[in-house]
Design a protein around this ligand. Structure first.
Ligand SMILES: [Zn+2]
Length: 262
């Protein structure tokens, strides 16, 4: 059975080890986290005034990239029965009205839902000179990373669990590998070379090349993966993982239904 061990969970970052899996599943899980986890992003902007140097289209695009906190409970536009995709169940409006001289930031956006706000208040949007006005209403909706990168909940990466092997007959404990390891994770223990933290190994092969007696072999375990989630702040990293697994489960269920029809 597949197993998951959390290594680190701090703020917007999470590291975990997935065991008894395989490369196809690890890749599917990463893609599901990137592409199938719904988060909020600004999707439409209606300008009342824009005297800034920035075109409406550019400003709209930049607003789309401002990460927004995403609470549970909102409907995807295609799940909602409202006609214009902008009722309070499927959308949030963020309005802004400023007059220069001022630097307009994400903190100036006033949301219709206190739970759907920019992750940070200091993202610079545009500078307004004296008497320049900027006024608009932006509509944020749930969307998926596979539709547009603004709906990607973060950066997701994984690597294979490294394997470090020493031929104890060949190794004469000269220490060349220990000196050269850029991660400083090799040590001598009872005259034998040992790795102190295998998960920190980047499989760079420096130790293999450093060894004059060709005693070291670096490999990887293709059933164990070290995952890293760096959330934009839209969702806590553990929610990104959970929602991705739910999305994978939903797809499997739909597949089962189709197979049953055969
Ligand atoms: Zn709606």
């Amino acid at each position: 059975m597949m197993e998951l061990e959390t290594r680190r969970l701090e703020g917007d970052e999470m590291e975990f080890v997935l065991s008894e899996a395989n490369p196809a599943f690890a890749n599917a899980l990463r893609r599901a986290m990137l592409r199938e986890v719904p988060i909020m992003a600004i999707d439409e902007v209606e300008f009342v005034a824009n005297d800034s140097v920035m075109y409406d289209e550019i400003l709209s695009h930049n607003l789309g990239l401002v990460p927004l906190r995403t609470p549970d409970g909102y409907l995807m536009p295609d799940e909602c029965k409202c006609k214009e995709d902008r009722c309070s169940r499927c959308s949030v409006s963020l309005s802004l009205k400023r007059e220069g001289p001022v630097t307009v930031t994400s903190g100036d956006l006033k949301s219709s839902d206190k739970k759907v706000v920019p992750v940070g208040a200091s993202i610079m949007l545009v500078k307004l000179d004296k008497e320049q006005k900027l006024e608009f209403t932006a509509i944020a909706r749930l969307g998926l990373g596979k539709e547009h990168s603004k709906w990607q909940p973060g950066v997701i990466s994984y690597k294979y669990m490294p394997i470090f092997e020493v031929d104890l007959k060949a190794c004469d404990a000269c220490g060349a590998c220990i000196e050269r390891c850029p991660r400083n994770i090799l040590e001598l223990s009872k005259d034998k070379v040992k790795i102190t933290d295998i998960e920190k190994c980047t499989m760079c092969q420096t130790c293999v090349e450093a060894c004059p007696r060709e005693a070291i072999r670096i490999g990887h375990d293709d059933s164990r993966f070290i995952f890293r989630i760096e959330s934009t702040g839209a969702l806590p990293p553990e929610r990104i993982l959970l929602k991705a697994i739910e999305a994978l489960g939903k797809r499997c269920k739909e597949f089962v239904k189709q197979v049953k029809k055969l």
